[in-house]
Design a protein around this ligand. Sequence first.
Ligand code: ATP
Ligand code: MG
Length: 259
Amino acid sequence: MATTLAKAAESVEFAARLEHVSKSFAGPGGQQLVLDDISIDVAPGEFVTLLGASGCGKSTLLNLVAGLDRPTAGSIATDGRPALMFQEHALFPWLTAGKNIELALRLRGVPKTDRRAKAEELLGLVRLRGAYGKRVHELSGGMRQRVALARALAQESNLLLMDEPFAALDAITRDVLHDELTRIWAETGVSVLFVTHNVREAVRLAQRVVLLSSRPGRIAREWTVGIPQPRRIEDAPVAELSLEITDVLRGEIRRHGQH
Ligand SMILES: Nc1ncnc2c1ncn2[C@@H]1O[C@H](COP(=O)(O)OP(=O)(O)OP(=O)(O)O)[C@@H](O)[C@H]1O
Ligand SMILES: [Mg+2]
């Protein structure tokens, strides 16, 4: 009992904790420092966007949190194993939408008899009821990302890591998926660490925006976003804060360009 209580207390402290994380890669001119001294906490249930210019190390950082690679220095802890969602849906094309989700359920150890109902429920959550038997090529880009989201949610992780998951979608579909993600986040209480180079998307979604500088990627600034949800991307407060962040981002890019 004491252990359970201790564990519960421990598990509510953070969904992810990055402490002084650095990452270097071997390059032609020696070691290239990509990420430098990154410390971020994602609280349980928090929605954080990580914003930065292309090549600043966002995907590298997310891969480290996912455990796909190891930091050169510093430490990373997560509350359980995170679920991942990328720009490319990475669904198995030979499986139906439903079977793609069931695969994730099977890996989580959900008994075979329960998988179908659970997959249907998850498809309902992403508003794709009826798509269970559809093959990947029969789905639009937006629908594929919905299935990918359902599959990520099937893992019932406390932390969802998203790497520009809507970047390849048209603006209207992206807008709808922002609404869906915000709703699902509120309904499930999952913590989200969402990577994007789109300032408005970052502000539309997050409770907190963390801006990374480039070469090396360092935390340049953070903003707490107090605008009530659901927001719209064209809301005046969203546009206003986006402008402020864009100015800082431009400054970072200029500063970096002068090196
Ligand atoms: N495995 C690797 N080996 C060597 N260099 C790498 C490796 N992975 C990433 N890099 C380098 O690290 C830097 C950051 O790359 P990363 O993909 O993390 O950027 P990003 O912020 O996600 O960019 P984008 O917005 O374009 O997706 C780049 O200069 C890249 O070339
Ligand atoms: Mg990337």
